[in-house]
Each structure stands twice: as C-alpha cells, then as structure tokens.
Design a protein around this ligand. Structure first.
Ligand SMILES: Cc1cc2nc3c(=O)[nH]c(=O)nc-3n(C[C@H](O)[C@H](O)[C@H](O)COP(=O)(O)OP(=O)(O)OC[C@H]3O[C@@H](n4cnc5c(N)ncnc54)[C@H](O)[C@@H]3O)c2cc1C
Length: 280
C-alpha cells in the first residue's frame, strides 16, 4: 500500500490481461499486486486507476467502471476507450502503451451507479430494468448482468448498446449467449451507428444510435417495446443510462414527456425512474 498525502490510499496492481477490440478500445484486467482478492464492491461501481505520468512524481488518477461482477474476486475487468479527440487523452495515452505484466495503482471501488432493488417507499422494485449504454458506458451493465445472473434474478432486463461499428460492440458474444439462456428474462439489443463502416461488414442487426430504439414508430411502439411486447411506463419499467452526454440527453428527452424523472431531479417523495452515469 502506498498512501498519497490528502487522498485515499492507493494500492499497487498489475495488468494481467489485455484484449484489444480495435486500436483504441480494450478490455483490461487489473489484479492486486500482493495476490489478495479484490475488495467487495457493488455492481455499477468504478475503480480509480493511478499512474505517475509527470516528472514531479505526482500521481494522475482516472475512474473506470468495473465490468466484472462482484463475484469475481481475482481481478477488476475494465472496458476502456483511448481518448484521442480533440487532443490525446493524458491517462489513456499512457495506459494504451502498457502491456500485460505492467504495474498500475488503484484505489478501492466507489460510486452510486448501483442497482436500485427497492422503490422509494421501501417496497421491492420488480419493474423491468432497461439498461441503455453508448460506447464504454456498457461496462457497468456487464457487471449488472453477470451479477443478476449469478443471483438467479427473475426481474426482466433489457440491455441496449450503441456503438459506431460492430468491432466496437464489446462483450457482444457474451451478451448474445446470456440472451439465449432461457433460465432468465434477458433481452440484448445492440445497434451500430455506422453500418457502412468496413468494421461493420456483415451486420444485419439494428442500425442508428441507441436512442432510436426508444423512438415510437409507425405501429405506435418503439423497437424496444416491440421486443418486450409491452408499452413502457413508469409503472412497469426503470431506466439506467450510461455513456455519452448526448445519449443521456436524447434518452431523457424521449422519456420525460412520458412522466419519467431522473435521480438528478427526484419527485418530492424521493422516487425516480431513470438513473444516470456520465463519464465526462
Ligand atoms: C464514474 C466514471 C466512470 C468511468 N468509466 C469509464 C470506463 O468504464 N471506460 C472509459 O473508457 N472511460 C471511463 N471514464 C472516463 C475516464 O475516467 C477518463 O475520463 C477517460 O479515460 C479520459 O481520460 P484521459 O486522461 O485519457 O483524457 P484527458 O486528458 O482527461 O482528456 C479528456 C478529454 O478531454 C479532451 N481534452 C484534453 N485536453 C484538452 C484541451 N486542452 N482542449 C480540448 N480538449 C481537451 C481529450 O481529447 C479527451 O477527449 C469514467 C469516468 C467516470 C467519471
């Protein structure tokens, strides 16, 4: 352990696995260096990684949602995009030059983007969970899905993921196989916004940004509602949104006129039906 003055203590870890999906998108696993288990955390929380990037030995930290479930005690799995626009990101540029075996600092998991199991009045919430992600905003929902599956959850879940091309649909095979598993009620709806990109070759699924799956079409139902075979209301569904600010704004703009309210603007009784996480 090495404490930083005035900051939470950070521990040393090691990158034990790296899988590059594209040149700027990777799945990494970080393991505590001393071989201990990762600390307890809740699905949806993030871990803070630290690197010494500056010559003055100062540590630079960035938060990353944990994609592995709390049941996985060997490592944190992370789904990370190399920030390259408009300028090269400070932390991710260093991170994407790292390899398996390299050391990295980490701080214990934190964050409130966790599953709401109860309503504001304390009664169990059994509404359909609609999880909407753009880009690496998928990471907390992979943790949610694996965790709820491990718990044997019976709640209906729909996971919508938008990416630019098929190669950027991280966890695609895992989520497809989870959807095929009939022991639970899990719908997976991936969509690509650049179907003509060579990296989308052969794609026959949904196209367009993820929020288009919520837009009401000719038949009076959205693609999501058709998939779930019901109109979505505040009575029967609860939304989680994670990703780009544009995705969050677009989804909230569709849901607000239907009476949905966010955790950032709760009703007087403390209730809400949309929980939001932004990476910006
Ligand atoms: C709770 C939380 C969870 C997160 N989870 C994830 C996750 O799971 N996966 C993930 O990939 N990211 C995640 N992030 C984002 C992550 O923490 C970093 O912000 C991200 O990796 C970029 O860090 P960076 O140091 O590389 O970029 P930075 O150097 O911090 O730059 C950030 C952005 O600003 C731009 N920028 C920098 N300097 C300038 C400038 N002078 N003028 C104009 N633009 C500039 C960069 O181009 C870049 O787009 C999360 C963030 C939060 C808050």
């Amino acid at each position: 352990m090495s404490g930083e003055r005035g900051q939470a203590a950070s521990s040393t870890g090691r990158i034990i696995y790296r899988k590059d999906l594209t040149q700027d998108l990777a799945i990494l696993r970080v393991q505590p260096e001393d071989g201990s288990s990762v600390p307890d955390f809740k699905a949806g929380q993030f871990v803070t990684l630290g690197l010494k990037l500056d010559s003055d030995d100062k540590m630079t930290y960035r938060a990353y949602s944990i994609a592995s479930p709390p049941e996985e005690k060997r490592y944190f799995e992370l789904y990370i995009k190399w920030a390259t626009e408009p300028v090269m990101g400070k932390f991710t540029t260093a991170l994407f030059h790292m390899k398996e075996g390299d050391s990295i600092y980490w701080r214990k998991p934190a964050g409130a983007f966790t599953i709401e199991g109860k309503k504001a009045d304390g009664t169990p919430d059994d509404r359909t969970m609609v999880l909407i992600a753009s880009g690496t905003g998928l990471a907390p929902f992979v943790s949610y899905a694996l965790h709820l599956k491990a718990l044997g959850a019976k709640r209906k879940i729909a996971l919508l993921h938008g990416a630019r091309n098929v190669r950027e649909l991280g966890y695609h095979e895992l989520l497809e196989s989870m959807e095929k598993d009939k022991s639970w009620d899990f719908a997976y709806m991936p969509t690509v916004s650049r179907p003509d990109d060579p990296l989308s070759r052969g794609w026959t699924g949904h196209t367009g940004r993820v929020e288009t799956l919520l837009q009401i079409r000719d038949g009076g139902m959205s693609e999501l509602e058709k998939r779930l075979n019901e109109k979505l209301t505040t009575q029967n569904s609860f939304f989680y949104i994670c990703g780009y600010q544009g995705t969050i704004d677009s989804v909230v703009a569709i849901l607000q006129p239907l009476g949905f309210v966010t955790n950032r603007n709760k009703r007087k009784d403390g209730s809400f039906d949309i929980k939001i996480e932004t990476y910006g």
